[in-house]
Design a protein around this ligand. Sequence first.
Ligand code: ZN
Length: 63
Amino acid sequence: MEIKKFLCGNCKKTIEIPRGTPKPEVCPHCGAPAANIHRIDEGGRGLGPGKGQRCCSCGSGKF
Ligand SMILES: [Zn+2]
């Protein structure tokens, strides 16, 4: 099962919930409102090779 990760900006703890479950209304650790909870993973997108990065300094211009 895939897990979505959020970080509570109040208590700094990670909140892990199953994919398909809505973002928690409040932090389960400290009760902070959702405004303090931020998504920290990207749902499997992004951070792939070459995204937002130059090639490995080899100068070829290719990924
Ligand atoms: Zn919290």
